[in-house]
Design a protein around this ligand. Structure first.
Ligand SMILES: [Zn+2]
Length: 99
């Protein structure tokens, strides 16, 4: 299976490490209850069809990317940098460090 890394081009999937569901939203640390944290940590959907997943190009550019993969056919229809790497001007960590 080839994964089209947006930084390196198509690469063998053995260069990558699977990072899980890319659509999970971390609960608000100040307002979430135990059930919300339990669901975030342990409950996983088992989607059928196109799904966004996190992959780490561990043996390449070492970037995390979001891959759209069909869970039935394993066909990969897209890959993009994670939001953090798409636009450096929106990186809140860098803005805070510069201030
Ligand atoms: Zn790469």
């Amino acid at each position: 299976m080839l994964i089209p890394c947006p930084h390196c081009g198509p690469r063998d999937s053995r260069e990558f490490t699977y990072g899980g569901d890319a659509t999970l939203q971390r609960p608000d640390p100040d307002g979430a209850d135990d059930k919300a944290w339990c669901d975030y940590i342990y409950a996983r959907a088992n989607p059928m069809g196109p799904h966004e997943e996190l992959w780490h190009h561990a043996q390449g550019c070492r970037a995390w990317i979001v891959v759209t993969r069909d869970t039935l056919t394993h066909e990969i229809t897209g890959a993009r940098p994670t939001a953090r790497w798409q636009d450096p001007s929106t990186d809140s960590d860098k803005k805070e460090a510069a201030e």
